[in-house]
Ligand binder design. Structure first.
Ligand code: ADP
Length: 308
């Protein structure tokens, strides 16, 4: 990680003036991006912001109306085949075939990528092991949990050893534990030097994984920077809730549905407005200590949050 600190880094993705319109609806309104090799770059934005459209354009699935882009040094328009050869894409809707077993899905992907049979089998078993799918390998994905299906989906993407991976909302809909597992897997990819463009609706996820974040709103980049830079710029006060254990942190994160987690210190950082709206009813009893920055209602919050 932290490729952004490497002065000599090469550019993995460079986008300038990207525009896309459907009928009279402007979906991308002049997007500029630059992602360094080995970097995890998060596109953060609400539903409908245009995140998937950017991924679909950069992975050559749909054309842009205007703008230029290079992906791993290849021009998106003129060298689309070469672009496809170096990227992997995991979309919001899984590419997994439910009629095949997990292992067969991986082997099929290997075939489509023209991998020799021995390499195909070796790579499939390596990925089943790494993604904790060995026991489920001979079962069809219909029997898998959501987290297992996502893991298989990413494993399929990795059959081709892509240097750049687009992860489109990889944890949307997953429970907190599956999300944690997915984050670990993504960190593992980063450690191998893979460049990742991640889209997410969760600030917490971008904060946990990304070297840099671009916030997308109605087709425009409205802010860009490291997670720390962006958090400093976020308007409004925040409070920090510290919990006795991970289960309580999970519970509060799920109930509040907002905020930035710091798992190491068992802290959830949430906007004051969310805290004052919702703390009274939903925090678990083990929110033992409450730290705050500029929360004007600290007295009220500390009495109501500690033991509902
Ligand atoms: P996000 O991934 O941030 O949720 P999308 O890129 O999927 O956003 O969509 C951005 C906007 O573009 C949405 O309003 C969506 O309805 C619209 N859109 C996406 N694809 C199409 C399409 N094929 N036809 C018309 N509108 C589309």
């Amino acid at each position: 990680m932290n490729a952004s600190t490497n002065q000599a880094r090469r550019i993995a993705v460079s986008v300038s003036g990207l525009r896309k319109t459907y009928r009279d609806k402007v979906v991308l309104d002049g997007v500029d991006l630059s992602i360094g090799e080995g970097e995890v770059f998060a596109l953060l934005g609400p539903n409908g912001a245009g995140k998937t459209t950017i991924v679909r354009i950069l992975s050559t699935l749909i054309p842009a109306d205007a703008g230029t882009a290079t992906v791993m040094g290849y021009d998106l328009r003129g060298q689309a085949g070469a672009v496809r050869g170096v990227i992997g894409v995991t979309g919001q809707f899984s590419a997994v075939d439910n009629l095949l077993t997990g292992e067969e899905n991986l082997l099929l992907m290997g075939r489509l990528l023209h991998l020799p049979a021995t390499e195909r089998r070796a790579r499939a078993s390596e990925l089943l092991e790494r993604f904790d799918l060995v026991e489920a390998a001979r079962q069809t994905p219909a029997t898998y949990s959501g987290g297992m299906t996502r893991r298989l989906d990413i494993a399929m993407t990795l059959m081709g050893r892509p240097r750049l991976i687009f992860l489109d909302e990889p944890t949307t809909g997953l429970d907190p534990r599956s999300r944690q597992i997915m984050w670990q897997l993504i960190r593992g990819l980063v450690a191998e030097g893979v460049t990742i463009l991640l889209t997410t609706q969760y600030l917490e996820e971008a904060d946990q994984l990304a070297d840099r974040i671009a916030m997308l709103d109605r087709g425009r980049i409205v802010a860009e920077g490291t997670p720390e830079e962006l958090k400093r710029r976020m308007p409004g006060a925040h409070i920090r809730l510290r919990f006795a254990d991970v289960a309580s942190l999970d519970e509060a994160a799920r109930e509040l549905d907002h905020g930035t987690r710091d798992d190491e210190n068992l802290v959830l950082r949430i906007p004051t407005r969310v805290a004052s709206d919702r703390c009274e009813t939903c925090l678990p009893a083990s929110a033992t200590t409450l730290q705050w920055r500029t929360c004007p209602s600290i007295r009220r919050t500390s009495t109501t949050c500690s033991s509902p």
